[in-house]
Design a protein around this ligand. Structure first.
Ligand SMILES: Cc1cc2nc3c(=O)[nH]c(=O)nc-3n(C[C@H](O)[C@H](O)[C@H](O)COP(=O)(O)OP(=O)(O)OC[C@H]3O[C@@H](n4cnc5c(N)ncnc54)[C@H](O)[C@@H]3O)c2cc1C
Length: 387
């Protein structure tokens, strides 16, 4: 892996830095975390600005409407936008970071033409309908069924923990299209559908999180008709397509947040110097160790991104190593923040308190740490399957 920057990459950094310096002061304030429609409008507005300036889908292939940028340019983009304090991907998370890349990799030309441009322009928001009650880690046990009726599937069942369901236009939905029996093991009878969230029969019931906001929801599906043309991949081959989605989710979707961790660390060091906590050598060592962890995660990120490029654009199981460590470091970071801030850690009005509470969910979302360890053990270390 060559980590030196080429002249082109340095030029790209300079242009982006100048654009950010010119553009960010014109942005309105970000809406309150509980205002989801406001957040959607804000995040989509930012995506439109990126699109119009030629920065949408930097890491997507050109034939999918992306910029075909090098992995290094993508990392420069993440570094520079974070350094400048630009908005994060927000409501565009699922569409831009895993549903879109899955459609780009597995969709037909018609599907790519229908769904990818609105994601890149910030016109349409996606959510992910994978988890169900009793089918989270054991995702292949899902029971939501889709029965073929002419040119449509009739879908019934329920999903849970669906982030951004309330404000989404589309859902990447996993359904059972073949019953489980001796001939069809549970992984074989699944299909991956794009479901419009405004279709008759879709009911969204928000769930409140520890941080007090309703960022995810239960989704109930009562005989929802989804055209067969909305199936990505072959019927009953959805598990393979799902592995593509999950490899994007674990491999590259959280990358921007690693840079954000470095910004949080810098802010913590400044606060500790201002409030006297910096005199505590144990705390200083703790922050220093976290700085080393963040630097290591950034190197791992660079390795994963260049590996994905080398192997044709889909991230490999190295994403599980990243997801495992990243989610733990994020929690350790916010634990250290509580120590630096002392009594201020109880001030619910501070945004970082919400960030700390949400950091607890990172070792569960997108596959728990136990599941990532199983993947690392079986697929990287070649150890025997636990069960
Ligand atoms: C903030 C957040 C956002 C989310 N957003 C979405 C979303 O948008 N869309 C979506 O579909 N889902 C979403 N999820 C759901 C998430 O993917 C699941 O919660 C996760 O996969 C775990 O599944 P589960 O909750 O059913 O737990 P379970 O599978 O019941 O696991 C319970 C515990 O048992 C452990 N365990 C289970 N099986 C094994 C095993 N084989 N070996 C070792 N340990 C095991 C788990 O690690 C865990 O500790 C979100 C979750 C969170 C927290």
């Amino acid at each position: 892996m060559d980590l030196a920057f080429t002249q082109d990459e340095e030029d790209f950094r300079r242009r982006l830095r100048a654009w950010l310096a010119d553009t960010l002061p014109k942005l309105p304030d970000r809406p309150h975390p509980a205002d989801w429609p406001g957040r959607r409008a804000y995040d989509c507005g930012w995506q439109r600005m990126l699109h119009d300036a030629g920065y949408a889908g930097l890491h997507w292939p050109e034939d999918a409407g992306g910029q075909g940028a090098t992995p290094t340019q993508h990392l420069i983009f993440l570094e520079e936008t974070e350094r400048a304090g630009a908005p994060y991907v927000g409501a565009g998370f699922v569409g831009l970071l895993h549903a879109g890349p899955t459609i780009a990799a597995e969709g037909t030309p018609e599907q790519r033409a229908r769904w990818l441009p609105p994601i890149l322009r910030g016109d349409e928001v996606w959510c992910q309908g994978f988890s169900e009650p009793d089918a989270g880690s054991d995702l292949a046990s899902l029971r939501t069924r889709a029965v073929r009726d002419g040119d449509a599937y009739v879908v019934s069942g329920s999903k849970i923990w669906t982030s951004h369901a309330e404000i989404a236009d589309w859902c990447e939905l996993l359904v059972r299209t073949a019953p489980v029996n001796a001939d069809t093991p549970k992984h074989r009878g699944i299909s991956w559908l794009a479901m419009p969230m405004d279709a008759p029969g879709v009911t969204v019931r928000p769930l409140r999180t520890l941080a007090g906001t309703a960022e995810f929801a239960e989704v109930f599906l009562d005989e929802v008709r989804v055209p067969v043309t909305h199936r990505v991949g072959e019927e009953n081959d959805g598990w393979r397509v799902t592995m593509v989605t999950l490899s994007f989710e674990r491999g590259t979707a959280f990358v921007g947040e690693v840079v954000a961790c470095r910004r949080v660390l810098e802010a913590l060091a400044r606060t500790a110097k201002a409030n006297g906590r910096w005199d505590d050598a144990v705390l200083r060592r703790r922050l220093g160790r976290l700085a080393a962890e963040c630097a290591a995660l950034w190197r791992l990120t660079q390795w994963n991104v260049s590996e994905a490029q080398r192997t044709g654009g889909v991230p490999g199981v190295g994403g599980s190593v990243f997801k495992l460590r990243f989610s733990q470091v994020r929690q350790e970071l916010y634990d250290a923040a509580a120590e630096v801030l002392g009594a201020d850690a109880l001030d619910a009005g501070q945004e970082w308190v919400a960030d700390r509470l949400s950091s607890l969910s990172y070792t569960i979302a997108a596959g728990t740490s136990q599941i990532q360890r199983n993947i690392v053990a079986e697929r990287i270390l070649g150890l025997p399957k636990g069960r």
